[in-house]
Ligand binder design. Sequence first.
Ligand code: PMP
Length: 425
Amino acid sequence: MTSTLTPAGEFERAREEYAALKALRLRLDLTRGKPSPEQLDLSDGLLALPGKRRHAADGTDVRNYGGLAGLTELREIFAELLQVPVPQLIAAGNSSLELMHDCLVHALLGVLPGASSRWVDQGTVKFLCPVPGYDRHFALCERFGIEMLPVPMDAGGPDMDAVERLAATDPAVKGIWCVPRYSNPSGVTYAPPTVARLAAMPTAAPDFRIFWDNAYAVHHLTDRPAELADLLAACAASGHPDRALVFGSTSKITAAGSGVAFFGASPANVAWLLGHSAKRSIGPDKVNQLRHALLLRDAEGVRAHMERQRALLRPKFDAVQRCLRDGLGGTGLATWSDPDGGYFVTLEVPDGCAKEVVRRAADAGIALTPAGATHPYGDDPRDAVIRIAPSYPSLPELEQALRGLAVCVRLVGYGHRPPHTRERT
Ligand code: PMP
């Protein structure tokens, strides 16, 4: 946005625009990365499945108890997509977050392969948290008293010098959270050298685990998906076969509340999780797993399904770029990501402004994820990062919300400090 106004004039104009925005009495929500109703409609076939089918390909009666590792035909579909061999891939319940929660609980209360004792018996437990990151990972750490050590993200994943140093020197550092493809919220995909270093790095803790949350494994927005190296294979090749715990789900492929979650790891880790899972469940919802196998058919079927998702999502991500460019381009008040996949755009505003922008937006009826949520303990030390989730609102609502958000950034940014000291952040 170019302007011939004086800086004071820019602020005055932003104030007028903000007053007009408030008068619209909007009620718009950009808070969470939920699929839109149209996206969910793509999987409506699930509602009529499995039809008259009662049995899986191997003869299992899906209505009955049992089969803790999940239906083989569904594991076969997702093995290639999640880069996990079928025998090492479990199909579980409806939530991968639940599996991550369970892995933490079992590591705290049971002995992990390679560990000498339970984490609760080892004193302080710490996790490396690439930032900006996913607030629910951080919430799990807070829930279990796991200390979080932020590590900055760069264009190829976390700052590996920092990760290697912290992991090598402190035996209390037991793990790292990674969203390796189209990271929540930065959109970054981990570069092959990052994956190789994660797999090979020395760790002071013999029971160190990489929580590889591949939630956006197939959620591309372009024709040229960035390559993601196979972490599980790299760990095995580096002599650390038990280091990787891979998670994924169909939450943002089919139905976010009624999908299927996956866990992949070394044979020892799989036996460890299944051993503990056997105490908490007599088996997963195999009817839902069969419905998914019948709907998606094979890996190619998943890719075709995701093309249909992309057709709905791409215009929304394009609208985000357009509205931010129109509203904030050339102001020096913001930068933002332009992701090749996933569900989020990260907006960076001048230091000290994010909370105030979110508050102003809320006052104008535009709900955003709380500023700080992208950092451990809700504390973004620069108070600069805002996460935008464009998937759920309709396109006109999204455009309205983003135009309003741009007004809020201009209002707060121009009011925040003298314009001649302003820099791009
Ligand atoms: N991991 C990440 C990175 C996510 O963004 C989300 C959903 N927002 C989840 C996990 C939740 O996955 P699920 O629905 O399988 O629990």
